[in-house]
Design a protein around this ligand. Structure first.
Ligand SMILES: [Zn+2]
Ligand SMILES: [Zn+2]
Length: 339
């Protein structure tokens, strides 16, 4: 097994897209699981990472952090009742130690000891056929009725907005501004909608009005600053683009005392008007991915039809085509490799 090779789309420094390579299929060590990948979602953050070109990891490794599949082989210490061969699981994307204060508290997304490694970033990810799961606690069981594609997408595109939204108090009297209706934003809209606030969506892509309409947004604009929507009128702003220009819109339109959550890691540094922020008691709150418990809840949202991720499937070998669509802003919803 250890001498067998697999095709993988890998990070390569200085190259502006993941590169097809042949790498070995690893043998699982004592407490590891080898997962046969059945679906892997493509995330825009991969494009940001590749284009920044600033990573100091050991190469090569396959990218892709939305992963689901079946257990193919396990190390000798893995509990085969909880983690049976053929069992269907999604991967929890944040490689975590399971014993630091944050992991002990169920907030593995904040693990102190993850060495800045996530599945698909520093260690093998989803754009390959077999991936080593470093610890079986990084596996989340897929509920009945949830497909591999949905489970993959739920591990980031549903989980990340679920984590961001569920920590804000929303109800029908609140007004929410949602910026960006891509892979995460289109799921965020459905999650926000489940609390029934008044929802205004913004995306510079006119054709995403169909997503806004389908999932119950009250208003949609390509440019909020050219609309009649009053400034300082939203209790919460979720910004899934998170670049300087969308941040500025967020601060102009958030109410006094309101909350801004920049969720996409669109830009490393953003500047803000401190005197306006301070005088109006506006809160900017960071939000990173989600917890394993929330990942199960995200899949239950999908299972119950409360969130219907917009998914387009591609064959593994068509990865370059899908990546091109994603990186040039021509994709709609989530693009997923089906294997
Ligand atoms: Zn992502
Ligand atoms: Zn930890």
């Amino acid at each position: 097994m250890s001498s067998e090779l697999q095709k993988a789309f890998c990070y390569e420094p200085g190259v502006k897209h993941p590169v097809l390579k042949e790498i070995s299929i690893p043998e699982p060590k004592e407490n590891q699981v080898l997962l046969k990948i059945r679906a892997a979602g493509l995330c825009l953050s991969d494009v940001h990472v590749v284009e920044s070109g600033l990573l100091s990891y050991d190469y090569p490794f396959a990218m892709g952090h939305e992963i689901s599949g079946e257990i193919y082989k396990s190390g000798s210490l893995v509990d085969s009742v909880t983690y049976p061969i053929g069992g269907k699981f999604a991967v929890y994307g944040v490689k975590n130690c399971s014993h630091c204060e944050f992991c002990q508290d169920g907030r593995q997304n904040l693990c102190n000891n993850n060495g800045s490694q996530w599945y698909g970033l520093g260690v093998g990810g989803g754009y390959e056929h077999y991936v080593i799961v470093e610890n079986p606690v990084h596996l989340i069981a897929i509920p009945e009725g949830v497909s591999f594609e949905q489970a993959a997408v739920a591990s980031d595109a549903v989980l990340t907005p679920y984590h961001a939204v569920s920590t804000v108090s929303l109800n029908p009297s609140k007004r929410v501004l949602l910026i960006g209706l891509g892979g995460l934003g289109s799921c965020a809209l459905q999650i926000v909608k489940s609390y029934n606030p008044y929802i205004v969506c913004v995306d510079r892509k006119e054709d995403l009005k169909s997503i806004a309409d389908e999932f119950g947004a009250d208003e949609f604009y390509t440019d909020l600053t050219k609309s009649d929507v009053p400034k300082k009128s939203f209790d919460a702003v979720f910004d899934f683009v998170a670049i300087q220009s969308t941040y500025e819109v967020s601060q102009q339109y958030v109410k006094n005392g309101g909350i801004i959550k920049p969720v996409g890691l669109g830009q490393e540094k953003i500047t803000f008007n401190l005197s306006d922020l301070g005088c109006r008691d506006v809160k900017i709150i960071g939000s990173f991915w989600g917890t394993p418990k929330e990942q199960t809840e995200a899949m239950i949202l999908v299972q119950r039809g409360i969130v219907k991720p917009v998914i387009t499937s591609y064959k593994f070998e068509d990865f370059p085509k899908a990546y091109e669509l994603l990186s040039t802003g021509k994709s709609k919803g989530r693009l997923v490799l089906s294997m």
